[in-house]
Design a protein around this ligand. Sequence first.
Ligand code: PMP
Length: 363
Amino acid sequence: MSTTLYRPKRASSEGLVPLARRPAAQPRRARFVPWSAGSARIGCTPLVKLRLRIGHRWCDIWLKLEQFNRGGSIKDRTAYGLIEDLEERGHLHAADTIVESTSGNLGIGLALACQERGYRLLAVVDPMVSEYSLDKMRELGATIEMVRPADASQPPLARRLARVQDLREHDPRVVWTNQYGNLANPRIHRDHTGAEILRQLGHSPDAVFVAVSTGGTLKGISQYFRAAAPLCRIAAVDVEGSVVLGGSQGKRSIPGIGSSRQSDFLRDRPYDLASYISEAEAVAACHALRLCTNIGVGGSSGAVIAAAAHFLRLHPAADSVVCVCPDGSDRYEDSIYDLGWLRSKQINVEEGVTLPFDDIDCN
Ligand code: PMP
């Protein structure tokens, strides 16, 4: 099975010579193209092995680095899956406008797919979105609509979804990808992300840790692992203050992970463990990782790494875990990697945070 999700459907024939008429091969020096839209891919992201010290014990921790997707996050896969699904079901036509509520990463993935396939994108965002994501989406041709909650009691997501509903009611050419309920979301992670992890690893790990918001990534990976490696534990990772898995609502500032509503995909609890990590611990794990290994990840990845370390501490027989790291540090330099921003959000890391691991190392 091909592991590359990116298959241009309507590749332009410009510059291509049909095989039969191709001139005799000339010896040519390979030309290095650092980036081109046609060769940028989704999927086949690296699985990198690090070592985590828990007391006197060193454990293997594998990071699935989704920042190597073309738009810089795991949501490139979701965007691809959602659009393919709508096209296959005949719900998308040339010049339709796709509308979606996004915290940033899905918007970037959708903007890339829309640019490639000729759709317009209207991304509905709230003030938690990063400047980085806004710039990226605009650069790729998306229209942005920023919604502000009418009053403090209305969660930003509810306002975003109300606006999406409005837009759909007023324009029949507006099509909602619906990352919250479309089964194409978990499906792409079952068929690709989950399968890729197990194939790259070559054996079943003790557990796989996945951050949640819509729950699509977790649901899909769980579906794959439950069938292919049933002994592997599946861990859902959320931040304090989020209600994706239930619980009570609180203040949250890290974009991407968590939500003000429960996930529709996770009602049947397709996970064995649930972990709630504080935003300070998630941020501290990001900083420790970058300091010790030069690998920069986003806040949801920090939460996942912290959750994995708690698990390893509690399970002395476990020695190999996978952490799905949804994105990289590029989009968080002015937030979770900025002390001023952390202070403004009262995420207190300056006085030191006790991390659940004692060391992290690439050797
Ligand atoms: N981490 C980051 C950085 C994200 O952008 C998202 C998606 N918002 C998630 C984790 C959670 O993914 P999912 O929506 O599939 O649960």
